[in-house]
Design a protein around this ligand. Structure first.
Ligand code: SIN
Length: 312
């Protein structure tokens, strides 16, 4: 596929469905209105966009995000490892996860298979977008993968789409390894401050109007109104579909790389291939406040537990 230029912004698609590399913009300075609109259009089409060679500090990353929406706190759980003075920053690194959730958390994350997810879907209004910036990257490995869940939905047969269009599912923080039974910090978090919502299995994207598959193996616990066995089988099928290689792109990080994705249209998969090598990997994420999902029938999601997630 060839690159395009939109309002002076270069957009180079990286796969047939998912991801585009954007060049010709400096994210550390305020963007022109037409640059913001070009990035928004690229996000709507490609679901995740990448930038290379950016020199952002925490404040500049937050200022970049504010041009696209309301920047939230780094994560809904208290006691976070946000850098001093920047509650909006969620640092992604093995050390930060161990401090935040307990040393066993990372091992258990894979208990339910690959941890494809959109950020914090147990919230009633999960973040619309995430912006992740690389500070320290391993010499090899540590790539992040993304999968286009609008394409995954369209790839299903019409009768299956008709079935799931009417279903809803519970999303719960820690669902993939029954974290509420954990003796580590993660157990304490989910027992004292559980986060759970019922979302449509098929969400209508608020900007594009596309239908997207809105379940993920990290947070979706069960489809409501189905028997546990029916729910398990159907979720397994959907989890397999949403990770089909043709819907994915794999991004290799360099220091100064930035990924900007739409959590309402793409899932991502954090790498598990570098920890055994002992390489450092430190990235910083911010998220933009999202709206309450709406299903094909026009019904909004319902909160089971947890407050709306807004500006820091
Ligand atoms: C995340 O899940 O937001 C982090 C992704 C990554 O570590 O690549």
């Amino acid at each position: 596929m060839t690159a395009a230029v939109d309002a002076g912004v270069h957009i180079e698609p990286l796969s047939g469905w998912t991801g585009a590399l954007i060049s010709g913009v400096n994210l550390s300075a305020p963007l022109a209105g037409n640059e913001i609109e070009a990035i928004r259009r690229a996000l709507l089409q490609w679901k995740v966009v990448f930038f290379r060679g950016q020199t952002l500090d925490h404040a500049q990353q937050i200022a970049f995000g504010e041009q696209f929406g309301e920047v939230t706190p780094g994560h809904p759980y208290e006691g976070d490892t946000a850098p001093a003075g920047f509650p909006e920053i969620h640092t992604v690194s093995p050390a930060a996860y161990d401090q935040r959730y307990g040393a066993g958390y990372r091992k258990k994350q894979g208990a339910n298979g690959p941890g494809w997810h959109a950020d914090v879907t147990p919230l009633i209004n999960p973040p619309s977008h995430s912006i992740l910036r690389a500070e320290v990257v391993p010499p090899f490995g540590g790539d992040t993968q993304f999968s286009n869940v609008a394409a995954a939905y369209q790839g299903l047969s019409a009768p299956l789409r008709a079935l799931i269009d009417g279903l809803r599912a519970e999303h719960r923080f820690g669902a993939n390894f029954a974290a509420e039974r954990s003796s580590e910090k993660i157990g304490e978090h989910v027992r004292t401050n559980p986060l759970a919502s019922i979302h449509p299995v098929v969400r209508v994207h608020p900007e594009s109007g596309e239908r997207v598959l809105y379940v993920n193996p990290s947070f979706t616990r069960q489809i409501v109104d189905l028997s546990p066995r029916e729910s398990r089988h159907l979720l397994d099928l959907l989890f397999e579909e949403l990770a089909r290689p043709e819907y994915t792109v794999r991004f290799k990080w360099e220091p100064g790389s930035v990924a900007f994705w739409d959590n309402r249209a793409v899932l991502h998969l954090a790498p598990r291939d570098v920890e055994h090598l002992g390489h450092d990997r430190v990235l910083h994420r911010i998220t933009l406040a999202g709206d309450v999902p709406v299903g094909v029938d026009g019904r909004e999601s319902e909160s089971i537990s947890g407050a709306r997630f807004g500006a820091a």
